[in-house]
Every structure is written in C-alpha cells, then in structure tokens.
Write a protein that binds this ligand. Sequence first.
Ligand code: FES
Length: 312
Amino acid sequence: MSVRSLLERASGALGRWQFLDAPSYQVEHAISLTYLLTGRHARRLQDLLHGVWLGHPLHPVLATVPIGSWTAAALLDGLDATGRGGPGAGQAARHVVRLGVVGAVASAAAGATDWQHAHDEARRVGLVHAALNSTALALYTWSLADRRRGRATRARATAAAGYAVVLAGGYLGGVLSYRHRLGSDHAVRANEPRRFVPVAEAADLVDGEPLAVDADGVPVVLVASDGRIHAVGGRCPHQGAPLGEGWLHRGEIVCPWHGSRFHLDSGEPAQGPATAPLPCYETRIDDGRVEVRRKAHWRTPMAVTTVEEASR
Ligand code: FES
C-alpha cells in the first residue's frame, strides 16, 4: 500500500469516528463559554482571530511560527548533541523552542475559533488535529522546563517527540484545508455574467428581503434596500451557506448559518467568521425586469474591454 493511500485511509477513518462528536461539542461549548466571559469584546476578539481584518484565516499564518521555530530547534538540538554547534547552540535552541510555544498558543486560539463552526467529518478531524498540536505544545513546554533545569538530553528527546507529533498534526491541518475546505473561500467567483442578464421581475422584490436568483448559472442574491437594488454572491464565502435564506441587519446581509455579516455595497465582511468578501454585481432595471452583471473591478483587463464594448 502506498504512503498516500495509507494516509488517506487513516484520515478518512478519523472523519468517521462518530464517538468524537460528544467531546467535540463539549470543547465547542467551552470555547463559546470562554468568549462569553470576554463580554462585549467577544465579537471583536473572534473577528481578530478568524482573520476578518486579514482577508483569509489567521490560523495558518500563526501556525508557521511554531513549525518554523521547532524545525530550527530540531536542527540546533542535533548540532548541540553532536558537539558541532558551538557553545551557543543549546541556548539558541531554548530561545526558538520558547518562541514556538508562544506561537503555538496564539495559533491554537485562532484555530479553535475557526474550528467551532466546523461540521461532521471536518469537526472530527479538526478535534484530532487540535489534540495532536496540544500534545506537541505540552511536550515542548516540558522540554523548555527541562532546558531551564539543565537536563539537556531529556529536553532534546522530548522536543524530538514533540516534533514528530507536530508533523502529524500538520498533515491533518492539510487534510482540513484541502480535503474538507475548512477556511477556504466557498463563494462562487466566476467572471460571469459579463453582460447584463435578466434575473427577476422587479415587482417580485420586497424591500429588505433577500431574493435568491440565478444569473447564467451563477448564484446571486438581490436585496432592495434604501431605494436601491443590490446584488451580491449567493453563497457565503465561509462555508457556502445560501445567502438567499439570510436576512438584513442594519443594511448588511446576514448569513443564516454562522452569522457572518456583509456590506451590500462592497461585499466586504463586516463580521466573521467569513473572512473573504462576497462577489458584487451591477444592477439595472429594463422593461420591468432586474438585470445583473459582474462588477467591472472583478474582471481581468481583457474581460473589462469586452464588457465595455458589449455595453455600448
Ligand atoms: S456559512 Fe458560515 S457564516 Fe456563512
């Protein structure tokens, strides 16, 4: 059996472990309670950790800190153990292990904030990913304590065990991102429709009520608000919820699944967990029908030329 199919079988089995559901909901409740305790700062803190300000999830960015630091520590430990690193190798290893521990705590906070909205297989794989990374963090914290006490051999052994665990956790992080698309952009970002296409009768629009329509195969949501007709993507970038089932709150469209809010003019997220903006569309009314086309700034220069010519 190839390494790939072995790993795929193992990660697939994790996703089917339904006995993980009960503890995962307990962990989720603990995360929710922690945020509740932060009071009015909860929303801002969650948006910060989701990466709403960044435009994509913060967790993978923070995860590079422990992985990089602990890789450097493994190298320095190896040089120190073989006596080829000079007198500073052990001390340098201690510094990078400490940096990795700090980065791992921040990365875990961001990862847990994202994971609380995961479902089914992604939730189970995410729980194991978190358990592995927490084990690695505990091993490196232990290693750090041993380094302070001068127990260099045991500190290096503990760190080596932690490194093996963090690699396994990193593999599952990849499964979550690339197989389960946790943290990926789920919005439909086709460059269509390039020309105005009719999508609904203007009379069907009710002020403040989102209406899901199909624009040449692209899901779009129309919202009449403040005397204007807005058109944004019909799938939430977070996990693909149908925004036509959402609602309006203070002029922003709210996702029905996890409560992300988006500005209707720009599509930018006003509140997470979504971090990516919604696609936006131009609208016009022709002969009593609402027509939409993709906003020009989303198109390539060649496509803009084509559309400009077509609209003359
Ligand atoms: S699908 Fe999660 S906020 Fe929209």
